[in-house]
Design a protein. Structure first.
Length: 651
């Protein structure tokens, strides 16, 4: 391995270690600093739960935890949680959330101790497993993994991508989607599909996978999140596929694609079930015998106990009868171990058979590191959300395949990195490759999400004006959904009018416009903007808008909390990061920053603005102080655009 490559790999490992420590530290610090009640308030713990075992799935016990009081929490399906009596820092019982309701949350656990069902708390947990898999993979890079890094570092030149014609299964694909697939099919090393907001990236990848399978290739399909993997499973469920890991959407036909389901419907499964039953019965019988614990053993080894029992004598003050009973336990235990061992080997044989016979294996990047995934050999890895995955994460699936296709949008938010020292990890493989080899990429250019007037500014500012609106969405407004506001009092008549799809409410003329900081907080809040946002939302709702049409976005946690406290649970209020990859009919944005120095803090990150502006389908209402925002050129252009093509109103 070249010196430069070896150095870069060891540098990556030190960054991963730094980030791992930062994440665990942040979690522990918060658990120490906040009481259970405070942690529940910020949505990262749930208190006073009782559990009952409601079933078994994929070899895990499913425990449904509930209480009378409604559960409001940020903890969601797919998250790891730690279960404890009082102090989560002292518990090592960790499970995965599989389902969530108003008053209950279901967790999959490997074992369920008695204490874990009465008066417990759940806490969101840092996912150490992921970091371990990143490290293991960096220690064991295959030629594919090393080549990917050599491309990234400019130590190796990629091949040209010759387009390969195909007949689409999905006949509604547009020209840019077809071209991206043709070029991906004709790439011998790698290809990048640049999919901006609403351009049908998932649909394009699903077609690419079908075409690879039609050519006799075995495909590994991954994404950073379970939800994105499940979206692809939905679209490919008619192919011969298997889903490895925890599906987060538990719809029936997704279940049938899981590895657990495939194992249970394998011809050898009855034999496996029988072995497990025998092992279980033997273990129960063994547990009625005297276990040779140190008190009875008195330093005798298993072999010595068996030898003494055969002679029918005692030793070291242990009577012959006790020796005989312990010998029985040892023999029975060996039988239990052998039977479980046979079951494990048989299960491995079944899994190997399932994995080798399917055409497509789907899983998250981290789970692509599991041994079972390694039972297959893959011609191509297709990786979605590649711009939200760190290099160590994306290398796991790349390591398994001969070539790879990455899909994402490097103009939106990169992976979130907690450690100041490991900030470099937020630069993705996709970003490095598209900057170095723009000719190895294709941009999808037709968006199916939003009204053309909402699209124009982000398209021009972030994508060189390359995006067009599909005919089907070009002119969509709330009017199509039957929204007819009664409001005629100004400025609300203008704000609510469905034909005004782009609205900016400017606070710069108000004395009470300024941001503030809570004591001990790094975040910011702006009471005036919060009140205006609440007013917009409430007037929309009372004019007949459905609450699930509306989303509120703000860059700051404290502002999110302030707005939530004013409008309650009626509509979803999230930070920008919480809205990536999602959309709503109406988005209301509060920019928060308002000061005399034109300071914007992390609003300066254009990618954050891009994500905020591209979530709305039919209407976008922005609230901010133009005099502060205009200190940044991008925001200045945004405000000019609203003045020219939208409605710019003084608060």
């Amino acid at each position: 391995m070249g010196e430069e490559l070896a150095e870069f790999i060891s540098h990556l490992k030190s960054l991963v270690e730094m980030e791992r420590k930062a994440e665990i530290e942040a979690m522990r610090l918060e658990m120490r600093r906040l009481s259970g009640a405070e942690r529940e308030k910020v949505g990262r713990a749930i208190l006073n739960l009782n559990g009952k075992i409601v079933g078994e799935e994929l070899g895990y016990m499913l425990v449904r935890y509930g209480r009378d009081r409604e559960i409001k929490t940020e903890i969601s399906v797919g998250d790891l949680v730690v279960i404890s009596k009082r102090d989560p820092l002292k518990s090592d019982l960790v499970g995965t959330v599989t389902e969530k309701g108003k008053r209950f949350i279901t967790v999959a656990l490997e074992t369920v101790p008695e204490w874990a069902l009465k008066k417990v708390r759940l806490d969101l947990y840092a996912n150490d497993v992921t970091f371990k898999r990143w490290m293991e993979n960096l220690d064991n890079l295959s030629e594919s993994g090393r080549k990917a890094l050599e491309f990234y570092l400019g130590l190796r030149e990629p091949e040209e991508s010759e387009p390969v014609g195909f007949t689409p299964v999905d006949t509604s694909l547009n020209g840019s989607q077809v071209k991206a697939i043709e070029r991906a099919l004709g790439s011998g090393d790698f290809f990048l599909i640049h999919g901006p907001f609403g351009t049908g990236k998932t649909r394009t990848l699903a077609e690419l996978v079908r075409q690879e399978v039609a050519r006799g290739n075995k495909v590994l399909v991954t994404a950073e999140s379970n939800v994105a993997v499940d979206n692809l499973v939905e679209r490919l469920s008619d192919l011969n596929i298997v889903r490895v890991g925890h599906p987060s959407r538990v719809s029936k036909h997704l279940h049938e694609t899981t590895l657990a389901y495939r194992i249970m419907h394998h011809e050898l499964y009855p034999e496996l079930r029988e072995l497990l039953n025998v092992a279980q019965a033997l273990a129960e019988k063994r547990d009625t015998l005297r276990k040779p614990n140190p008190r009875w053993r008195r330093g005798l080894s298993d072999e010595e106990i068996l030898r003494l029992a055969a002679k029918g004598i005692g030793a070291r003050g242990v009577p012959a009868k006790t020796i005989r009973e312990m010998a029985e336990w040892i023999e029975m235990n060996r039988q239990v171990q052998r039977t479980f061992d046979d079951a494990r080997k048989l299960e491995e044989r079944i899994v190997r058979d399932v994995i080798t016979k399917v055409d497509v294996v789907l899983t998250t990047n981290a789970s692509a590191g599991l041994d079972v995934v390694g039972y297959g050999s893959y011609d191509v890895a297709v990786i979605d959300e590649a711009t939200q995955a760190t290099i160590p994460s994306v290398l796991i699936p790349i390591n398994r395949a001969k070539r790879f296709v990455l899909a994402g949008d490097h103009r939106q938010l990169p992976p979130t990195i907690l450690s100041e020292g490991a900030r470099e990890l937020s630069r993705t493989l996709f970003e490095g490759l598209i900057e170095r080899y723009p000719w190895k990429s294709e941009m999808l250019t037709v968006q199916y999400r939003m009204n053309e007037r909402l699209m124009e500014f982000p398209s021009r500012e972030f994508y060189g004006g390359g995006i067009k609106a599909a005919e089907s969405v070009k002119n969509i407004t709330l009017r199509d959904l039957g929204f007819k506001p009664k409001e005629d009092e100004e400025p609300w008549g203008t704000v609510l009018n469905p034909d005004n799809v782009l609205v900016f409410i400017d606070t710069s003329g108000r004395e009470d416009r300024f941001e503030r900081q809570r004591r001990g907080s790094d975040s910011r809040e702006n009471p005036l903007e919060a009140r205006i946002v609440a007013e917009v939302v409430n007037r929309m709702l009372s004019s007949g808008a459905r609450s699930d049409w509306i989303g509120v976005i703000t860059p700051y946690d404290d502002q999110r909390d302030l707005i939530s406290s004013m409008i309650g649970e009626k509509v979803e209020v999230k930070t920008v990061d919480g809205y990536q990859g999602r959309e709503k009919e109406v988005i209301v944005i509060s920019f928060v920053r308002s000061n005399l120095h034109g300071q914007l803090g992390f609003l300066e990150d254009r990618r954050r603005l891009n994500v905020s502006l591209t979530r709305a389908k039919r209407k976008l209402v922005m609230v901010g102080d133009s005099s502060t925002l205009e200190s940044n050129e991008t925001y200045r252009k945004l405000i000019l655009t609203v003045m020219n093509t939208g409605r710019f109103l003084r608060a």
